[in-house]
Design a protein around this ligand. Structure first.
Ligand SMILES: [Zn+2]
Length: 137
């Protein structure tokens, strides 16, 4: 009979390794070579997004095409509206002694009333020619 040797429970003298993640430092001036991108270089002279496009075999396209807003917007009750619209609504709310949100509710209710739901299109117009034949006899 052989006694089973216990595996020595190693009291690890080493403490757990702490991985220190160094932030990727990109020297200034190294930017994506894609025209008009302007992002920092990630690999091969391209930014991360363009690098991914390149690796996927795609033609490089602008990552974030700029969308010019026709007009700056202002926040109004959690929404973004044109300043003109927001101003009108605020004035209306003051006149009616309503909060902005209450005014919006009122407007939406009015809209719903003036825009009734269209009748649902009849989908069962045609009778299916199936086994549902009236019994004879
Ligand atoms: Zn890029």
């Amino acid at each position: 009979m052989a006694k089973k040797k216990r595996g020595h429970a190693g009291q690890g003298g080493r403490s757990a390794k702490i991985l220190v993640l160094k932030p990727q430092t990109v020297p200034a001036g190294f930017v994506c070579s894609f025209e008009g991108c302007g992002r920092r270089e990630y690999s091969g002279g391209l930014c991360q997004s363009h690098h991914r496009q390149s690796r996927a075999g795609q033609a490089l396209i602008p990552v974030h095409p700029y969308h010019k807003r026709p007009e700056p917007t202002v926040k109004f009750s959690g929404m973004r509206l044109s300043p003109r619209c927001a101003e009108r609504l605020e004035r209306e709310a003051r006149t009616k002694h309503l909060s902005n949100g209450a005014l919006i509710c009122e407007i939406l209710e009015l809209w719903c009333e003036s825009h009734p739901e269209p009748e649902p299109a009849a989908t069962h117009g045609e009778r299916p020619s199936g086994p549902n034949r009236p019994k004879q006899g």
